[in-house]
Design a protein around this ligand. Sequence first.
Ligand SMILES: NC(=O)C1=CN([C@@H]2O[C@H](COP(=O)(O)OP(=O)(O)OC[C@H]3O[C@@H](n4cnc5c(N)ncnc54)[C@H](OP(=O)(O)O)[C@@H]3O)[C@@H](O)[C@H]2O)C=CC1
Ligand SMILES: CC(C)(CO)C(=O)C(=O)O
Length: 321
Amino acid sequence: MKIAIFGAGSTGCYLAGQLCLSGFDVSLICRPAMKQTILANNGITISDYQGLLKTVMPQAMITDIEQAPTAYAAFDVIFVTLKCHQISSIANTLIAITHSNSSIIFMQNGLGSFETIKDALSHCHLLQGITPFNVLQQASGRFHKGTEGVFTFQQNNHTQTIQAAMQAQGFGCDFYQDITPVIYGKLLLNLNNALNAIADLPIKQQLSQRACRCQLAGAMKEWLAVCKAADIKLHQFTKVKPQWLPVILSLPDMLFNLLAKQMLDIDPQARSSMWEDIQAKRKTEIEYINGAVVRLGEQYGIKTPVNSAIVTSIHQLEQSI
Ligand SMILES: NC(=O)C1=CN([C@@H]2O[C@H](COP(=O)(O)OP(=O)(O)OC[C@H]3O[C@@H](n4cnc5c(N)ncnc54)[C@H](OP(=O)(O)O)[C@@H]3O)[C@@H](O)[C@H]2O)C=CC1
Ligand SMILES: CC(C)(CO)C(=O)C(=O)O
């Protein structure tokens, strides 16, 4: 199975590492700077908070796909690990580098990016997936997984083969036929991305402060209310049901810390991908995350002042950088 990672950054390189170690032929479609970093460090190093540390060299690193897509043999599976706003422009390239049985798997957080491309690719096998954990790009071509969870994909013959190979290497991998509750449930957790970027602290330290947790609880309550009004089911990612998260987050520090220890294994250094975007002076995915809550809220007549204020703060941060 010939696999490409389109947009190899934090999550894409981590996924590439696990796929290479699982025996697949993996090519990265990446920026020249990423290729240079990987070559200079003799490969991609993946590490995690439980002690994993492995280095692998992908089969190829392609930096000119948009200029010369036909120069490359078609891929069987393409994981798109770009940011949400980078998706819509790659439809023609994806068509040029796939065959009639290829699967294209979109791995974006939030809501709305898949919709910007799916019509242009209506004849392709399109799937969605998520990365439930945090990946931070570190120095020396190292990609560090800082929280628990395993790659999760919509189910088809390709993702079934990938799951079997990844599990044989000890990497978990989940799949679902109906991915919608997973995507909507992940959005609940991603409501912290912006707050973490604003707080400018590691997630663990940020969530140790009750004031920060109460802001997150407020944003979550709005999303839960919107989902209830829209009759949307949410996948449960944590040990407690999604509806209980705002209650637990609002507890006093001592009680919260006791419960949190049992709920989430998290590296003290982990930060959100939106924090990475702000630090790197990149456009964020705010419109697909808190912005999606505001838009759906308007549609269902649910007020979302907390999420609206977060969207405004992130746009201000984007402009000030
Ligand atoms: N990082 C994380 O911990 C997590 C991220 N996610 C989600 O996963 C998705 C991907 O995030 P993440 O991995 O952090 O993103 P990154 O920004 O780290 O990776 C995307 C990479 O693709 C590159 N790129 C952009 N356009 C092209 C192109 N046309 N051709 C080749 N390369 C290109 C980008 O370069 P450039 O920067 O120059 O544009 C960047 O290096 C997002 O939706 C995010 O929310 C989900 C869970 C955790
Ligand atoms: C895993 C999580 C929720 C960590 O913040 C994330 O999805 C992100 O950083 O984008």
